[in-house]
Design a protein around this ligand. Sequence first.
Ligand code: FAD
Ligand code: UDP
Length: 371
Amino acid sequence: MEKVKNLVVGAGLSGVVLAERIASQLQEPVLVIDRREHIAGNIYDSKHSSGITVHRYGPHIFHTNKKEIWDYLSRFTSWHYFFLKPRAWVDNAYVTLPFNLNTLRQVFPGHLAARLEEKLVDTYGYNVKVPVMKLRQQKDADLQFLAQYVYDKIFEKYTMKQWGISPEDIDPEVMARVPVFVGRDDGYFQDKYQAIPAQGYTRMVENMLHNPLITVRLKTPFEKIKNDIEYQRLFYTGPIDEFFDYKFGELPYRSLRFDIEQKNTEYYQPAVVVNYPNNFDFTRICEHKYFLNEKASTTVISVEFPQPFKRGENEPYYPISNAQTAALYAQYAAETKKLPGTYFFGRLGGYKYYNMDQAVSAALALFEEIK
Ligand code: FAD
Ligand code: UDP
């Protein structure tokens, strides 16, 4: 029987932060396993034969307001500052996304855009974010018209495609991630720090794992080794329902298929990300050379097709947040209390729709708790 002091399941960002802290701060050995053939989980990127760095699991832009998270990751990477300004393909035109005062001018005649702008600013103030579901509650006829337009053209069908359920059945926080912006900033995020690791995410993760006390084993599912290994502490970032053998039922996840294609043209689209709320079966197309401003005569795109998650067939990318899934997750979370020395965290272990900075923050908080 193999003996290890600390076993981390999952070499994604969450597991790697914890392994890095245990090794560097407690000087204890850590074994990190992952069932995939690479480190970094969903933030994995690699060089395509064209020379372009490709985000294998969709567009990843690091953004945070927390200086301590920024400073922590900055020990392992330098940064390429990057401000995401996506577009949406609406009525045969590329429009500014999030829907803001510039988008108003792009989609409506001048006099109507001016009137709607005045009403929005009078009602909410300037540089204010308004979730579309909140805007829909306005009684004013003009604002109702606008809310309905934005809901129809940007949110409803995209959300149906992405989640497979209607916007009413998903936690309002999910759509509120992309509010209507009463302002002229075209940025998708307003965080103080927004960037991409200058040598890519995988290199950053390699640097985090670069410690003689850390051993990484890939293509190693926990289920395969769990009976052959003795550990003092287990840190688990895989799906929490899988760990408990689905005893209360399966937690639903949403998956994606990424079609990665090389195109024989210098640029394919006018922005790094273009969302397709209304047309086609896919939700968005990402053009990867924009991330690090890489030059190449061809280009690489990835097209995202949402799918239901099916065990053994695809990956659980998104926990589905609503009251029902929260109740099921709570049953599993209660089970974890019966297992001292075992900790569940990360996007799958905690069943939380985390951005990268939230995943790092949660892993650092867990380290403070156990150290
Ligand atoms: P994961 O990256 O999912 O890592 C979990 C790892 O555990 C995986 O490698 C998996 O193979 C492994 N594993 C699971 N079960 C087992 C098992 N039983 N045995 C062994 N190994 C196992 N965040 C941002 O901040 N900005 C963005 O722009 C952004 N874009 C995103 C786009 C997409 C399409 C997706 C899906 C996510 C995006 N995110 C973004 C979120 C970001 O990917 C996550 O916050 C982050 O990757 C979470 O890391 P994690 O380690 O918790 O999970
Ligand atoms: N959304 C939408 N239309 C868009 C962009 C986003 O309806 O053009 C909604 C959709 O429900 C989506 C959610 O807002 O799942 C959050 O979007 P975000 O871009 O944050 O999703 P992620 O990058 O995590 O896939």
